[in-house]
Write a protein that binds this ligand. Structure first.
Ligand code: NAD
Ligand code: ZN
Length: 328
């Protein structure tokens, strides 16, 4: 099981166990986050730099990363550190899962989205032939280090992106997250005294599902609430993933309420929470139905659809695609 470590200083004891430690991050982040690298206090640290953001998840960049690992002598007794957002985490996780058939790695996520979501659960991967996350593996990090100081420097857009997955976790499993969010605004979160608590509760929801169903055969699919419609909106309008999940949740709650699968008023509560946080959804944004049809949960003319039954309770229902289309 992955260990959660609550600060960079606390990570030192863990890192001391490894004879060689290699830190992978982007050029941009290595300049911004020098303070964090120093705080890890690793004397013979080797650093590997990769491109910033989604570009690092290209096939040829993976190849360069593996070549560098080989050149620097990474072996199975070494430890890789992924320092950065979800992109760095995904490509480093994948490289560490295939290099020498697997070397240990840890995640030090630096965006809200990666701290609450992508660093956990062991999904790794790269983009391939124009499709996101087409090639990858399930490979758990040895530890995830959460340090809330990384969140302070994020833009409002990056905060909202992380909040998408936080709000989702509240609705599917843990409404106490929603009660904490009701006291916040988007602008107050970064400095909020509840921030670490909100992050940890969201991680607990993700770990609950991923530990019960690591390879996503069934119950882990509940984490995909908001994603069937959300992905289609993300691709069509090129908006951030977490924000797209909020758009997806709004549409999906509307649909499942109409079908009688969700308690009446749940969508209103969702909209009210967004309003009180200061997040406004553009009513014109609708998913492209053809993209919805690419969802991997579809079998024949039905989809195994993760549904919020009421705040904190969710389930998977097989529904007819025709019904989904009619109500979207
Ligand atoms: N593996 C999973 O389960 C999973 C889940 C969700 C998303 N993802 C993946 O995560 C990726 C998105 O991750 P992301 O949203 O964290 O963004 P990202 O990793 O693409 O980074 C976006 C930008 O934020 C900057 N940044 C990162 N940390 C910063 C900090 N502390 N201060 C200032 N700038 C900082 C980066 O330099 C980069 O320019 C996508 O590739 C997505 O597919 C994976
Ligand atoms: Zn997501």
């Amino acid at each position: 099981m992955t260990k959660i470590i609550s600060s960079l200083k606390e990570a030192r004891g863990f890192l001391e166990k490894y004879p060689r430690v290699y830190l992978v991050t982007s050029v941009k982040l290595s300049e911004k986050l020098g303070w964090a690298i120093n705080e890890l206090g690793i004397s013979n640290l080797q650093t590997i730099l990769i491109p910033d953001g989604e570009k690092s998840k290209e096939w040829k960049e993976l190849q360069k990363l593996l070549a560098k690992m080989s050149e620097l002598g990474v072996d199975r007794s070494s430890l890789l550190i992924a320092l950065g957002g979800g992109s760095v985490g995904d490509v480093v996780g994948f490289a560490s899962s295939i290099y020498l058939r697997g070397v240990p790695f840890i995640q030090i996520p630096t965006t809200l989205l990666s701290q609450v979501d992508s660093a956990h659960g062991g999904k790794t991967g790269i983009d391939f032939l124009g499709y996101k996350n087409q090639v990858g593996s399930f490979h758990l990090p040895e530890a995830v280090v959460i340090d809330k100081r990384f969140i302070e420097k994020l833009s409002e857009k990056q905060v909202i992106d992380g909040l998408g997955e936080v709000i989702k976790a509240g609705f599917i499993k843990d409404p106490s997250i929603l009660r904490l969010l009701e006291k916040e605004k988007v602008e107050s979160i970064q400095k909020s005294k509840s921030l670490l608590q909100i992050i940890k509760k969201t991680i607990a929801v993700k770990n609950y599902y991923t530990q019960a169903d690591f390879k996503e055969n069934k119950i882990r699919q509940i984490l995909n609430v908001g994603h069937t419609v959300g992905h289609a909106i993300e691709l069509r309008y090129k908006i951030g993933h977490g924000l797209a999940v909020l758009y997806g949740m709004e549409r999906e709650l509307a649909v499942t309420e109409k079908m009688g699968l969700t308690k009446k008023g749940t969508r209103d509560n969702f909209i009210n929470l967004l309003k009180s946080l200061g997040i406004v959804l553009d009513k014109e944004m609708k998913p492209d139905w053809k993209t919805v049809l690419h969802d991997k949960k579809i079998v024949g003319d039905e989809i195994a659809f993760p549904v919020v039954a009421k705040e904190g309770v969710s389930t998977i229902k097989v529904i007819k695609l025709n019904n989904l289309k009619k109500f979207i």
